[in-house]
Design a protein around this ligand. Structure first.
Ligand SMILES: Nc1nc2c(ncn2[C@@H]2O[C@H](COP(=O)(O)OP(=O)(O)OP(=O)(O)O)[C@@H](O)[C@H]2O)c(=O)[nH]1
Ligand SMILES: [Mg+2]
Length: 298
């Protein structure tokens, strides 16, 4: 980086919003690397993921959060607690609204909740590629009554439309001060966690209904040399019957998950990868603190 350390600025941004609004997609688009996994299913992000981007002279640290949810199960309670902690002590809240969603009730409630908060809030209406213009303008005009919103952006994170304006705004909102992470660092997640998340993303893409929510992935071994990496991971399910589905007929499902994961891991590590996946059953893991910890959720 060419900027003098005296010119440097920083900004910590909490990215919040309803499940599936595209929060992780936005963070990845600005960071320029997949630091947070993405899927078409809700509740993909399970804990706060930090993504670090350099925009001009500013280092912007994003806290990508699990979507808002109402908590009934212990797993959901843990997700909600992660969310509430996420925007304490940040410089700016970026509320992401899904333009394709039928109801924005939770987002509006959140905006009202931040009216008296000290932290400034900006709104990003995302997925504008997927709806008619009138719908976008309708959402934007419903926000006009909230004076405390600093700015409203309309973007498509998927098609990199409008992201530049958002980046300029973030750079302009940054405060003079040192960078909080190394110049080249894009996240503070450990490599073991990132590798487990990649496999979890493939599970979310391939398995239907409740099954992805009944699983977590743990990296048991990660060994690398200059040219190759060896990784052992466990996919943990709640029941024997789920283990069978993860394995698939003649092991076809687990092979497909493995191949999908290897493609991304090779791209990340830039070396030859051997990945071994094991499937384990841990009954009631979603209710046990120890397993929520293993899953990286608490
Ligand atoms: N059409 C369209 N789809 C998008 C856009 N941004 C994200 N998506 C899709 O929306 C889905 C959810 O994206 P995520 O980034 O995982 O959403 P999230 O808000 O992080 O979701 P949770 O972590 O579950 O709360 C994925 O299928 C994305 O590809 C966009 O600009 N346009
Ligand atoms: Mg997410």
């Amino acid at each position: 980086m060419c900027s003098k350390s005296s010119d440097r600025k920083n900004l910590v941004v909490a990215v919040v919003g309803a499940p599936n609004a595209g929060k992780s997609t936005i963070v990845n688009a600005i960071v320029g690397e997949k630091v947070s996994i993405v899927s078409h299913k809700v509740q993909t992000t399970r804990r706060v993921i930090r993504g670090v981007a350099i925009i001009g002279t500013a280092q912007v640290v994003f806290l990508d959060t699990p979507g808002f949810c109402s908590a009934s199960s212990p797993l959901e309670k843990a997700l909600l607690a992660n969310f509430r902690r996420s925007y304490q002590g940040t410089d700016l809240i970026l509320l992401v609204i899904d333009a394709t969603s039928q109801s924005h009730r939770l987002s509006i409630e959140f905006i009202e909740h931040t009216e008296k908060a000290e932290i400034p809030i900006a709104v990003v209406i995302n997925k504008i590629d997927a709806v008619r213009k009138e719908c976008i303008l309708e959402v934007a005009s419903s926000l006009a009554v909230y004076d405390h919103i600093k700015k409203v952006f309309m973007i498509s994170a998927l098609h990199d439309d409008g992201v530049m304006d958002l980046k300029e705004f973030l750079e302009g909102s940054a405060f003079d001060g040192p960078w909080l992470y190394d110049d080249a660092q894009t996240t503070d997640s450990t490599m073991s966690f990132r590798l487990a998340e990649i496999t979890r993303e493939k599970i979310f893409a391939r398995l239907e209904k409740e099954l992805p929510y009944s699983t977590y992935v743990e990296t048991e071994l990660f060994r690398e040399s200059e040219k190759k990496a060896t990784i052992y991971q466990s996919i943990v399910t709640l029941k024997d019957s789920q283990k069978g589905i993860v394995l698939g007929r003649n092991g076809t499902m687990i092979k497909a998950i493995k191949n999908d994961a290897i493609t991304d891991i090779v791209a990340l590590l830039n070396k030859k990868v051997t990945l071994k996946l094991f499937v384990k059953v841990r009954e009631k893991w979603t209710e046990k603190k120890e397993h929520l910890q293993n899953a990286g959720i608490i």
